[in-house]
Structure formats: C-alpha cells, structure tokens
Design a protein around this ligand. Structure first.
Ligand code: DNO
Length: 357
C-alpha cells in the first residue's frame, strides 16, 4: 500500500507540504489543477509547477484527483467529442510527468452531497453530515429559487455563483435515465481507456457519494453489482476503481471488505474513512477507528493486506478537531490520525504474516 495525501495546492489549502512531510509514510500528494474548468485541456506549465513544488519536499505526483468530466459527456450531447479530445490530451500530458492514476467521477451535476459541513459530534469536533429527509423532500428547482431570494439559506455546493447553471443543468438531466448514463459512460471509456493504456495511466472512477440518486438525478456507481458492470464496460486493467469506503459505505447493504476482496486487482486507489449511519439513513463522518462508525475499517484494511495491495491509498476525509480551520473534511490533524490508524492495522498484519511464514 502506497500512502498519499490530498493537497489542494499552494494558497488553496490550509495544510502545507512541510506539515504533510511529517506524517509517517506519506510518499506522494494527490493533486489537481483546481482552477481548470471541466472539459479544458490542462496546460503543461501549470502541471510542471505542481510537480516542482511537490518534489521540493520529496513527494511524488503519481495520483491526480480529479480530472473532471464535462457535463456534456455525462449527458451524451454532440458537443462531448471535443471535451473527450481535451481529456485525452490531458492524460498524455500527465503521463509525461509520471502520473500513474487519474481519479474522476461520473456523478451528474454534483460531486459529493452533504447537508451540513460542520455537524457537532459528542466530543466537540465537527464533521460532514447528510440528513436524508432534507434531501429527499427537496424540490431542487424550488431550492434554487429559495436560495436566489435568500442567500443565507444554502447547501454545500449550492453557492450563489452556481445557481444560474444549476437550473439549466437540472432541466438538461430531466429525461436522462440511469441506462442513458451507463451508455454515456461506456462511450467515454471506449475513447479514453485506449489512451490510458498507451500512456500507462490507470483511470480510477470514484463511486457516487452518497451511493443513491439525489434530487432525482441518476447515479450508477453505487453498489457491487454496478461496480461489476462498470468494470466490464471496458474490460481493461486500466479501467479501474477508486474504492471509497465512506462513499459506498453510507449504504449499510454495501460490504466494503467484500468489495475489496472481489475487485482487488482493479482497485488503483483506495479511499479509507469511516461513517456512522443512523437508523433513519442519515450519516455522519467519524474518526477512522472502526468502533467510532459503522464500517469495519480493520476488515477493510485486512482485505487490502490479504490481497497484497500495492496501489495508492489515502485517509480521505477527517473530522475538524483541535479548532483547526480548514477545508471541510480536509484538515491536517484527523487525516494524520487516520493514517496512523491504517498503518497500525497494516503493520500488525505484516508482522503476523512474517511470524507465520
Ligand atoms: C471528496 C472526494 C470527491 C472526489 C471526486 C472524484 O472529498 O472524495 O470529491 O475527489 O468525486 O472525482
């Protein structure tokens, strides 16, 4: 397992490379050009600049998260081809600086969805929270109008500057079914994966977070059957998964250890974090420790270990602790604690394995 840590870039992250360097066993940063709009070709100078910054601290830049997919590709519009061409050019450029894995997602309109970015936990820390009834009973267009009138009432990802785009996007997706989305994803993969193969870059799709339809939008990367279907769309060792325990794990029917065991050779990137699921389906992000949440993180790490996982892993989100001011879910402290928990499990398993042999 090769440990990496997400870093949003100089001036864009409260965490510094100097700090990340002091977390045991982190060999690379997970990065992206966050100011590049989806669909555009990434400029080489900017790519090289991140590489230079990372290498100054001894980090590799093997993992990019994410090269975002333009909505026209997900919608299957005729304009998609030019965005797919740009995507291919970006893959080629990233290969030139040694990138090995590109994480992306195929969620319509929104990436991850939460209703509260700072839910207070019993111990005084705060964490990302999802309230099912709030999302289920919401008419998105109604909400768009409501926010336009009262900017104090908002949701993560619904910032006023996105509002105008939101209503037209909801309109565009009105008749798009899950099967349409599968179809559009296959079209995208059939073009992208051959380029990834030639350039030795694994394309690792991130599951939908949460793994069910939100606001009536279709979502398909949600459970074991669908992961199987996804991997067969283009059956190549370069068509891979980012197996995110916290995203898939928000549905108690998803057994993450089982998924790791089934898909191990196609997992290029592991996101490891815990969530506590309540009886009504709400969930909150917790510390990584197994007993703090609903996911058996020990079994998940064990599943990777059993499979001699040599891919990349990151601690994913953390709580906000010790009064840290940071990007939601992306503080230094709790993610560093998460890494030490993962290493604790991993090193113990390594030692037992050596003693047994
Ligand atoms: C959340 C992340 C996601 C992920 C994208 C991948 O913190 O795991 O935003 O980066 O879904 O494209």
């Amino acid at each position: 397992m090769r440990m990496v840590f997400r870093w949003y870039g100089k001036g864009n992250d409260s965490v510094t490379l100097d700090q990340i360097r002091q977390i045991p066993g982190v060999e690379g940063i997970v990065w992206a050009l966050h100011d590049m709009p989806a669909g555009e070709e990434w400029p080489m100078e900017k790519i090289l600049e991140v590489k230079r910054q990372a290498e100054e601290y001894g980090f590799n830049v093997d993992v990019v998260e994410s090269v975002n997919v333009h909505e026209d590709i997900k919608l299957g519009l005729p304009t998609r081809d030019k965005y797919i061409e740009n995507y291919k050019r970006t893959i080629e450029k990233l290969a030139k600086v040694g990138v090995k894995v590109i994480c992306y997602n195929f969620m319509p309109v929104f990436d991850w969805t939460r209703t509260d970015l700072a839910k207070k936990l019993e111990d005084g820390s705060t964490a990302l929270f999802y309230e099912t009834s709030k999302v289920d009973h919401m008419d998105p267009i109604d909400l768009v109008n409501k926010i336009a009138k009262n900017p104090d009432f908002t949701m993560p990802g619904w910032e006023p500057e996105r509002l105008s785009k939101l209503s037209s996007l909801f309109e565009a997706y009105k008749n798009v079914t899950e099967e349409d989305l599968w179809h559009n994803l296959k079209y995208f993969l059939e073009q992208i994966i051959p380029v990834a193969e030639v350039n030795d870059i694994k394309m690792a799709i991130h599951p939908d977070d949460p793994p069910w339809s939100v606001f009536g939008l279709p979502r398909i990367i949600t459970n074991k059957e669908n992961l199987r279907r996804f991997l067969k769309l283009v059956d190549s060792p370069y068509n891979c998964l980012t197996l995110c325990s916290g995203s898939l794990g928000a549905n108690p029917e998803n057994n993450i250890g089982e998924m790791v065991r089934e898909f191990a050779d196609r997992i290029a990137f592991a996101h490891i974090r815990n969530v506590r699921i309540y009886e009504n389906g709400d969930f909150v992000e917790t510390s990584h420790r197994a007993c703090d949440g609903s996911l058996d993180i020990v079994d998940i790490v064990k599943a990777y270990h059993e499979n001699n996982f040599t891919g990349y892993a990151r601690p994913d989100h953390g709580r906000h602790i010790w009064n840290e001011k940071c990007r939601p879910g992306y503080g230094l402290y709790d993610r560093a604690l998460g890494i030490m928990y993962i290493w604790g499990i991993w090193d113990t398993l390594e030692k037992l394995k050596k003693e047994e042999s």
